[in-house]
Design a protein around this ligand. Structure first.
Ligand code: C5P
Length: 411
């Protein structure tokens, strides 16, 4: 994984060498880009020693630009991380101004961007900074922290940079890196997250799905070169770059949007936790608590996955089965009943599966299965996509194979 690490001028920059070490321990290549004010807090010599690469800081450095231009650096990155991120750099990124190398890379990259803010707590709570944070998040930029505690200025509050190990762990989960192009030219439609079924204007039925698994799968498919359409229920996750994202609320909206997109799909992966039953009719006005008991009549939501698998020209179809018991039995019966090509079975409940950053699953298909023990959802998603691609090409035959250069040793 290639990380451009931007270091800006805050006292927390003294933690940068430790952050570089933590990122490299996780197997990342780190290219540091410092701003001029960062050099007041930490030396380029120390950072070059820990990163093993020459430090970049000047947009107008002809020699460095000739070796790898700012645009090449922006493309090289799987993630751009700015840590520490000052109030100033947040404001610049919001405005789109690019007076130096780091802000130019932020403007030119298609990779996920993560900022770890670090500043005095009054600067952090200033409405200008909070407004900038909201805009950055709305644009899909990840804001990591800040933590609350004692600050270098002697005061206490929110504004401390997160610990380097926490930043490294989060950032290494943001990108699955560039794949080998296994799904180049293929279209993959992914559903993710929960649905939300209205009871009245202020209440709804939903479930604990966070959307993390589906989003990780969409990213992993995009990393393998696929055109990805991510159809997502309401989640607290930024829209991943490099794909079409369609936000929906109800199961019926997810059903309609999926069927609008499905004709172009080679592969359909249903990772959404679609609500099973919705209120027969949502009330127009808020329900009053006049009675001791109340009941809501429910009706089955349409089964999106089964409806796609039943199409005459169905894409390669992959379902998920979240179960609290008899996981494999239930999953295999769903595989058969819904006529799927594959199903990913996972145990949920007791703090497993939902709203976590890791997961363990078994993947089942007609005459086989493969276990994937607990690992980060980003890693699991990469492995699942490789397995799906393998079975997709096996099912579709040689015509569907990606163009591969075969180097044969003995003929
Ligand atoms: O039947 P069950 O809900 O357990 O099946 C889970 C699988 O079916 C998941 O892949 C889920 O995304 C999909 N599903 C669906 N539409 C529904 C219910 C489930 O696409 N209404």
């Amino acid at each position: 994984m290639n990380i451009v690490l931007g270091i800006t001028g805050g006292i927390a920059a003294y933690k940068a060498p430790d952050l570089v070490r933590r990122l490299r321990e996780r197997g990342a290549e780190v290219q540091i880009v410092m701003t001029a004010s960062a050099e007041e807090f930490v030396t380029a010599t120390a950072l070059q020693a820990v990163s093993g690469r020459a430090i970049r800081s000047n947009l107008w450095d002809k020699e460095a630009e000739a070796a790898m231009s700012h645009i090449e650096l922006a493309r090289w990155a799987d993630v751009v991380l700015v840590a520490p991120a000052t109030a100033e750099v947040m404001a610049r990124i919001v405005s789109g101004a690019a007076p130096d190398l780091l802000t130019t890379i932020c403007l030119a990259t298609e990779a996920p961007i993560a900022l770890a803010p670090a500043m005095n707590h009054v600067m952090w709570s200033n409405p200008a900074t909070q407004a900038n944070k909201a805009v950055l998040e709305e644009r899909g930029i990840h804001i990591l922290g800040p933590a609350t505690g004692s600050q270098a200025c002697g005061e206490t509050g929110a504004g401390r940079m997160l610990e380097p190990d926490t930043i490294a762990a989060t950032v290494c989960g943001l990108s699955v890196g560039k794949g080998e192009g296994l799904l180049e030219g293929r279209t993959v439609v992914v559903t993710a997250g929960p649905t939300r079924e209205p009871i009245d204007p202020v209440r709804y039925i939903t479930n604990r799905s966070s959307g993390k698994m589906g989003y990780a799968i969409a990213r992993a498919a995009a990393a393998q070169g696929a055109n990805v359409v991510l159809i997502s229920g309401p989640v607290n996750l930024p829209a991943p770059p490099g794909m079409q994202v369609r936000m929906v609320r109800t199961a019926q909206e997810m059903f309609d949007t999926t069927h609008d997109q499905i004709a172009a799909a080679d592969i359909f992966i249903a990772a959404a936790a679609v609500v099973d039953y919705r209120p027969t009719s949502a009330k127009q006005q808020k329900i009053k608590k006049d009675n001791e008991t109340a009941s809501i009549e429910l009706v089955r939501c349409p089964d999106i996955l089964a409806s796609v698998a039943a199409l005459d020209a169905a894409p390669f179809t992959v379902g998920f089965a979240a179960e609290t018991e008899k996981v494999e039995d239930y999953a295999r019966s769903k595989l058969e009943k819904k006529k799927l090509d594959m199903i990913v079975a996972n145990q949920v409940g007791d703090d497993r599966g939902f709203d976590r950053d890791d997961n363990a699953v078994s993947v089942l298909w007609k005459n086989g299965k493969q276990e994937f023990p607990t690992r980060a959802k980003a890693d699991l998603a990469r492995d699942l996509i490789e397995l799906v691609a393998k079975h997709f090409y096996a099912a579709r035959g040689a015509d569907a194979q990606p163009k591969l250069t075969v180097i044969s040793g003995n003929d």
